[in-house]
Design a protein around this ligand. Sequence first.
Ligand SMILES: Cc1cc2nc3c(=O)[nH]c(=O)nc-3n(C[C@H](O)[C@H](O)[C@H](O)COP(=O)(O)OP(=O)(O)OC[C@H]3O[C@@H](n4cnc5c(N)ncnc54)[C@H](O)[C@@H]3O)c2cc1C
Length: 377
Amino acid sequence: MPRRETKRGTDRTPLSGDYDVLICGASFAGLAVARELAGSGARTLILDRYEVGERQTSACGIPTTWLRAMGLEESLQQTFGDLVLHTPHGSVRWKLPWTFSTFDYRTLCALLRAQSAGHAEFETAKVEGRIPGGVRTDRGDLRAPLIVDALGWRRILGLGDNVQPPEAFLSRGLEVHPHGRGEDMELWIDRRYVRAGYAWSFPADGELRVGVGSFDPRPPVKAETVQLAQDLGVPPVRYQGNWIPHRIRPATEGGVFFAGDSAGHCIPVTAEGIRTALYFGIACGRELRAVVEGRRTREEALRRYHAFSAEHRWKFEAMKRVQDLVPRIPPRALVRVLQGFGRQGVTDWFFGHYLRIAPPEFAGPAPAADRRVAVAA
Ligand SMILES: Cc1cc2nc3c(=O)[nH]c(=O)nc-3n(C[C@H](O)[C@H](O)[C@H](O)COP(=O)(O)OP(=O)(O)OC[C@H]3O[C@@H](n4cnc5c(N)ncnc54)[C@H](O)[C@@H]3O)c2cc1C
C-alpha cells in the first residue's frame, strides 16, 4: 500500500507569503526546476497536492543515461538493452544503441528533491488557479514574480478555460503493478488490446508495470489492461492511470513558465514524458536562475524559454505524424515494417535521433553539488 503522508486536518495550516519563485508541481518537471535554482539564493517554494514521491505518475521507464546524468542511479531497478515488440503476426526484437531502465518513483523523487532540499521549501497544497502576481491554493494565496506550472496535463495556470478530454490533444494510459518478474521490456501493437496505441510490460525488480495506452482519448482501456494482465498470468492490481499530452503547447503564457506535461513536453508515439519533463524543467530552472542572479530580466527569461521550447516543436510534430501513421498499417504488414526497422543501422539511426530530442548531456551536474565542489577546491 502506498504511504499517505500529505498533511491533513489541523496540520493543514493557512499558507501565505511572498517568494522569489513558486514551483507548482513536485514531480519530474517541478523538481528539475528546483534543482537548477539550488544555491542561487532564491526564496523558492515548491507546492504539490501530495508529498514528494507519494503518487507514482508513470511506468517509470527512462534512458539509463538520464539517470546517470542527473545523479539518480540509486533509483534504478532494471536495465534493458533490447525492446521486444509483439504483433498478432509475430514478434520482433530490436537491439537498442543505448539502454532503457525502470526506476523506483519514490526513490527518484527523494534523490531529486535532495538536490534542492536545503534551498527550496516544500508545502502540500492544492493549486486552484491564478491571482494577480501569484496563485490561489486551498491553504491560501501565495505570490512571486516567477511562477512555474509543472502540474501536469491540466495546465491549471494557463489562461482561459483549459481544454478537457476528449477534445484535448491527449492520449490515455492505464496500468497495473502486480508483483512479478520479467527479463524484457515488451510492447504489443495489437488491436485486441487497443485500436490505436500500444500495450506494455515493464519489469521493475519484482514488480511488473503492465498497461495499455490509447492515442485516441475516447475508448476506455480498463478491460484491455485487465485482459493483458490475465494474458501475462498476473493479477490486475494497484492501478495507476492518467491522460498523456501528445501535442506541445506554448511554454509560457501570461507571465507563467510551463514545463513537462503542462506544456505538452511528452513525446508522441512512445508517450515518453519523464526525460523531457526533466530536460525542459532544467532549461526553465536555468532561465529562472539567471533572473534571480540579475543576469536577465523576467521578460527576457520568458522569451528565451518560450523560444527554446518552440525550437523542439518540429521534433514533437514529426513524432505525432508517426503516431498517426502506425495504427493505419495493416497488421500483416506491420511485422514486416518492424523487422525492417529492426535492422541494426536503422535502429541505431532512429534511436540516436530519438535520444537527441532531449539529450542527457544537457543535464550536467546539480548546481548545488557544483558549489560544494568549488568550495572544497
Ligand atoms: C500509465 C502511464 C505510464 C507512463 N509511463 C511512462 C514511462 O514509462 N516513461 C515516460 O517517460 N513517461 C511515461 N508516462 C508519461 C509521464 O508519466 C509524464 O509525461 C510525466 O509524468 C510528466 O511529468 P510532469 O512532472 O510534467 O507531470 P506529473 O508527473 O504528472 O506531475 C504533476 C505533479 O503535479 C501535482 N498536481 C497536479 N495537480 C495539482 C494541483 N491542482 N495542485 C497541486 N499539485 C498538483 C501532482 O500531484 C504531481 O506531483 C506515462 C504516463 C502514464 C499515464
